[in-house]
Design a protein around this ligand. Structure first.
Ligand code: NAP
Length: 259
């Protein structure tokens, strides 16, 4: 399917690895020029090289922490006018509800709620002026079904979801379509880190921890960054103009809910 976005320009945050990279690759495959970001310059540069080589699009890199004001300013200055925005950042650490301090909550709010909001506030007005835009926020399955150990994530991402629910309807009539993608377990470094912690806590090895988590997913495996990216590219396409303010769950059926 031609996604109808060849020649558009996208900012994909936190995209040197994992789900962000999956989104960047799928957009590049559809002919979209990219600005990609991550903190570590080395992996980011290598990712940009691989994407350019595979798809022949322009890829600009900005090594910066997207959750800081200075980092965002640097990324936004390099990005200029973008037609597509994919927001993403690392997730908060797991823990116990009794241990989280005000500062822990503020860090999670900054990274997973206020950063995507600030990026939308910076990019969407230009999209409105030009009459076309797409935004995808990478959130989490934990918005739909809480993961108790990830309470910082549950809290911050639900706040973002509430913001998008209202804002997406305010901009839809101006040609800008905003949606959220909710990953369940995907095969990335983040999933590996969570499995390592779970293995330590249960006194089992990493392979056994992964096997147990895979068994909790109806499809019997983790999702891939490529599958995730393909859905992102579709939501950024010309075909997705009637999908507004939705929370698209990609979890292999793990969330046991009728709707
Ligand atoms: P990942 O494989 O660890 O990749 C994270 C990417 O984000 C890397 O490129 C990393 O590069 C970059 N990054 C992290 N913090 C950043 C920051 N402050 N500023 C700029 N770039 C940053 O993680 P992932 O699995 O793709 O997860 C992406 C998001 O989805 C996370 O918020 C995660 O919590 C959420 N999620 C993931 C899963 C899953 O199963 N994978 C499930 C639910 C939710 P640098 O380290 O070099 O900055």
């Amino acid at each position: 399917m031609d996604l109808g976005i060849r020649g558009k320009r996208a900012l994909v945050c936190a995209a040197s690895k994992g789900l962000g990279r999956g989104c960047a690759e799928a957009l590049a495959a559809a002919g979209v020029d990219l600005v990609i970001n991550a903190r570590g310059a080395e992996v980011l540069t290598e990712t940009a090289r691989a994407i350019k080589e595979a798809h022949g699009v322009d890829v600009t890199t900005v090594a910066a922490d997207i959750t800081t004001e200075a980092g965002r300013a640097e990324v936004l200055a390099a990005a200029g006018n973008v037609d597509i925005l994919v927001t993403n950042a690392g997730g908060p650490p797991p823990g116990m509800w009794t241990d989280w301090s005000r500062d822990d909550f503020l860090r999670a709010f900054d990274a997973n709620m206020l950063t995507p909001i600030a990026l939308m506030q910076a990019c969407v007005p230009g999209m409105i002026e030009r009459g076309w835009g797409r935004v995808v926020n990478i959130t989490s399955q934990s918005v739909k079904a809480p993961i108790p150990a990830l309470g910082l994530s549950n809290t911050a991402r639900t706040g973002l979801t509430g913001f998008v629910a209202g804002m997406s309807r305010q901009v839809a009539g101006k040609g800008v379509i905003v949606n959220n993608m909710l990953p369940g377990i995907h095969d990335t470094d983040r999933a590996n880190a969570l499995d390592t912690k779970a293995a330590e806590a249960a006194g089992i090895d990493l392979a056994e921890a992964r096997k147990r988590r895979e068994a909790s997913v109806p499809v019997g495996r983790y999702g891939t960054a490529a599958e995730f990216g393909a859905t992102c590219a579709f939501l950024c396409s010309t075909h997705a103009g009637f999908i507004v303010g939705q929370n698209i769950l990609l979890d292999g059926g793990a969330t046991n809910a009728t709707i």
